[in-house]
Structures are given as C-alpha cells and as structure tokens.
Design a protein around this ligand. Sequence first.
Ligand code: SF4
Length: 190
Amino acid sequence: MDFEQLQAQCMNCTRCGLHEGRTNVVFGMGNPGAPVMFVGEGPGQHEDEQGLPFVGRSGKLLDLYLDVVDLDREKVYIANIVKCRPPENRDPLPEESDTCLYWLRQQYKLIQPKILVCLGRVAAQRLIDPKFSVTRQHGEFILKGGTWFMGTFHPAALLRNGGQKPTALADFLALRTKIEEVCPELYRGR
Ligand code: SF4
C-alpha cells in the first residue's frame, strides 16, 4: 500500500468511537518522504474543522519554531497519535490511542523517518516511554529501531506556560544539530 492509498483508507476509518464526533479525519500533512516526523496528540477544534494538524494558535507557534531551525511543513511530516478529535479536547483514551496507532505505524513504516519528535506528553509516553516526563526528559535523543526519538513541549502547553518557550527553543536547536548529524540533506539547497 502506498501513502495515498493509506490516507484514503484512513479517511473512512470507524475503528474507534472518536469517528462519531469528528468533522474531518486529520491524517497528517507534509512530505511523506521527509526524514523528520513530528507527532502530536490529536486534533483540536480548528484541526477537526480544517482537516489539518496543528492549525490555529498552537500551529502558528509550531511554524515559528520550525522556521527558527530552517524547516517548514513541506520539509517534514506532521501527524498525531489519534486522527479524530476527542470530545472537549480531552486526552485520547488508551483504547482510542491503541486502535488509532495502527494508522501512525503504517505512516511511520512508509516514511521511515530518521528523527521523530514527539510534541507533548501523550505522544512521548506512547512512542518513547510510558513514564516519559516532558519536564525532565525533553530534548533527549533516544535511538530506537534506527530512528532518533525526542520529546519536547506541546505548542498548546507553551501557550499556557510561556516560561517554557526558551526551553522548547533549545530543544529545536538540538533538533537542528541532530539533523545536521543524521540527515544533513534536509538542509541542502536552503
Ligand atoms: S481516531 Fe483513529 S481509529 Fe478512531 S476512528 Fe479516527 S482514525 Fe479511526
């Protein structure tokens, strides 16, 4: 199955109860051939309405951090742990995440990223370590199955707690260093 076929299948998914309240499936966006992938938690209201990940204020903040390290949405791939919006923006339930991870796993297999950045606790605890603490372990790179995983703050959390913005910026600068180390081609021709 190629990436377009995967997306077409996902757009009709009813595997978990979150399909009942969604406006759009938020499959992901960016370059499916990108060596760097970002994974957040799940769609919020604006994402659900537009069918795109990280739009609205938190998306603008993410774009700012990407820009600081000479990245943009065309150079990376952005997805979420769950593709449909949980009601009231609650955390996805474990069974919802477990079910929806099928799609993320297929995306991961096709993209084969060299670096995967988890945006926030929910993604980091699912993909790096169930006990992952963003406060204590943000910015650390861990090699798993040939991919470097790193967890940092979710942009929405940074909007709530602006004091962590410089720390998140340092994580993105560390990301830049890791890109130069493992996939410098991403920066060629900039
Ligand atoms: S959240 Fe994921 S598993 Fe649940 S219906 Fe949406 S796409 Fe399917």
